[in-house]
Write a protein that binds this ligand. Structure first.
Ligand code: PEP
Length: 250
């Protein structure tokens, strides 16, 4: 019922030329229609990628955005700027932005609202750090992030959000969550969405898993009833590996 989303998060990798080469390579393969395929690239590469991907099954996403439309915010990029460049998605609240760039649930909330108002699909990241997992606080932590990050959205707006559950200890470490543990947290997030909004919204909202997903393990996540695809860092950097992930989600 829900279309799975495979989103690559390239982080701070690839020049414009390398990014365009990547898209040209994957465009030589037939992408499955039943998977939403997204590449989230550094800002500089976005206009060229959006141009290349126009009319194809590949969606293009940014990795961050500011909540204001314009103004004295040196170094920032706004939703209308991304829209004008042909971008359709934006990752918000990735753990690296929370850890290194002081992103908070409050700034996540502002960005999510701005993204939706401006017609971008936000991919909102939540997840616990290792100490929180080890002290049994995972559900409490993700519930708080979902509540605060998505506070004030209408049900219609919430249906446009994609949530990515990314346990921080699993990102870029090679220590992926088991599919069963990820399913448990993601079904809890879905229940949280039902409590905050309603059951219909919870049934429709897509929730991805992220954290050391690879072609070898993606099938275990896709097989879970509540996991609607993956947000993938390292394994999205090579076309062959990214294509395998997309094909496995079909
Ligand atoms: C990410 O960047 O969101 C991520 C999950 O990275 P990796 O797949 O490399 O763990």
């Amino acid at each position: 019922m829900r279309t799975p989303v495979i989103a690559g998060n390239w982080k701070m990798h690839k020049t414009v030329e390398e990014a365009v080469d990547f898209v040209e390579t994957i465009q030589r393969s037939e992408l499955p229609g039943e998977v939403e395929t997204v590449l989230c690239a550094p800002f500089l590469a976005l206009p060229a990628l959006a141009e290349k991907a126009k009319g194809s099954k590949i969606g293009i996403g940014a990795q961050n955005v500011h909540w204001e439309e314009q103004g004295a915010y040196t170094g920032e990029v706004s939703v209308p700027m991304l829209k004008a460049a042909g971008v359709q998605y934006v990752i918000i609240g990735h753990s690296e932005r929370r850890t290194y760039f002081a992103e908070t649930d409050e700034t996540v909330n502002r960005k999510v609202k701005a993204a939706i108002a401006g017609g971008l699909t936000p991919i909102v990241c939540v997840g616990e750090v290792l100490e929180e997992r080890e002290s049994g606080q995972t559900k409490q932590v993700v519930q708080e992030q979902v509540k605060k990050g998505l506070n004030g959205l209408s049900s219609e707006e919430m249906k446009k959000v994609i949530i990515a559950y990314e346990p921080v200890w699993a990102i870029g470490t090679g220590k992926a969550s088991t599919a069963e543990d990820a399913e448990e947290v993601i079904s809890f997030i879905r229940k949280t969405v039902a409590d905050l909004f309603d059951q219909q919204v919870a049934n429709e909202v897509r929730i991805q898993y992220g954290g050391s997903v690879k072609p070898e393990n993606i099938g275990t996540y896709i097989a879970q009833p509540n996991i609607d695809g993956a947000l993938v860092g390292g394994a999205s950097l090579e076309p062959a590996s990214f294509l395998k992930l997309v094909e496995a989600a079909a």
